[in-house]
Ligand binder design. Structure first.
Ligand code: AMP
Length: 267
């Protein structure tokens, strides 16, 4: 499958469809096996009616074009797609380990070693995306999947854009939004770096750093970068410094890139 061209004319007859893996906004995802090669994939089924109803044709096309063009060990592969009268099928790399979110929920929070491994994978993947002028804009634990060996894979490029210039659309979940996105100001790749800081904190403590019960308070805390570190669990000063660098200093000096971060992280 990996070496096959995305231009091949696939159809549902090429696959034996297995159990559902999950449900997304516009359809379901199933594990499937390509009949000829027995290669296991994830088939994402999207209903055309839903896409038309919410006028998302353009966004979906963009998601498919971007994800097909990205070839990186920590970016979930989109091998190809096909459609019938009612549905669009995306042929995706199968992430056997499921959502990283599930693992975080089960363990409460990660050890520094584990958090560093995930953050390093994410940093390398984002540096690669940014190099190709792709900003993901919706990095959160639900969009991070794990393969059979527990390797992190960035999935769901629904909000990503290909852009060397500044963008304006507000998107993503409030907890993970950078101040410039919350304020609907122009933004660039630095929004993904901000999210790295949020995730680093969440991996270490179990919940995002600026979350409040009321959305208005979360909003205010993001604007002030109102960051505080609880006394438990114990987190080293080096790890706290990295979070501060990403969230506090990263917002002041936007020059920090994922490549710089790759150099800072020692796993
Ligand atoms: P989505 O529509 O992309 O939000 O996917 C819905 C759910 O299906 C996700 O939350 C995952 O649990 C699961 N899923 C999606 N893509 C894959 C994949 N490639 N491999 C394994 N599970 C997946």
């Amino acid at each position: 499958m990996a070496s096959e061209s995305v231009k091949r004319d696939w159809s549902i007859k090429d696959f034996e469809v297995g159990r559902p893996l999950g449900k997304g906004k516009f359809g379901r995802v199933y594990v499937a096996r390509e009949t000829k090669t027995k290669y296991i994939v994830a088939l994402k089924v999207i209903f055309k009616e839903q896409i038309e109803k919410y006028k998302l044709q353009h966004q979906l096309k963009r998601e498919m074009a971007i994800q097909t063009s990205l070839l990186h060990p920590h970016v979930l592969r989109l091998y190809g797609w096909f459609h019938d009268a009612e549905r669009i099928f995306l042929i995706l790399e199968y992430a056997h380990g499921g959502e990283l979110y599930g693992e975080l929920q089960r363990s409460g929070h990660f050890s520094e070693q584990k958090a560093a491994t995930y953050i390093a994978s994410l940093t390398h993947a984002l540096a690669y995306c940014h190099e190709k002028n792709v900003i993901h804009r919706d990095i959160k634990p639900e969009n991070l999947l794990l393969d059979h060996e527990g390797r992190l894979k960035i999935a769901d490029f629904g909000w990503s854009v290909e852009s060397a210039n500044k963008r304006r659309t507000m998107c993503g979940m409030l907890d993970y939004l950078a101040p410039e996105m919350v304020e609907n100001r122009p933004h660039d790749y630095a929004v993904d770096n901000w999210t790295l800081g949020v995730l680093c904190y969440e991996f270490l403590y179990g919940s995002p750093p600026l979350r409040s019960r009321r959305q208005a308070d979360t909003f205010r805390r993001i604007m002030k970068v109102d960051l505080a570190f609880p006394s438990t669990p114990h987190v080293s000063s080096e790890a706290k410094d990295l979070v501060t660098l990403l969230l506090v200093e990263g917002t002041l000096q936007k020059g920090l890139s994922c490549e710089d971060l790759g150099g800072i992280l020692i796993v």
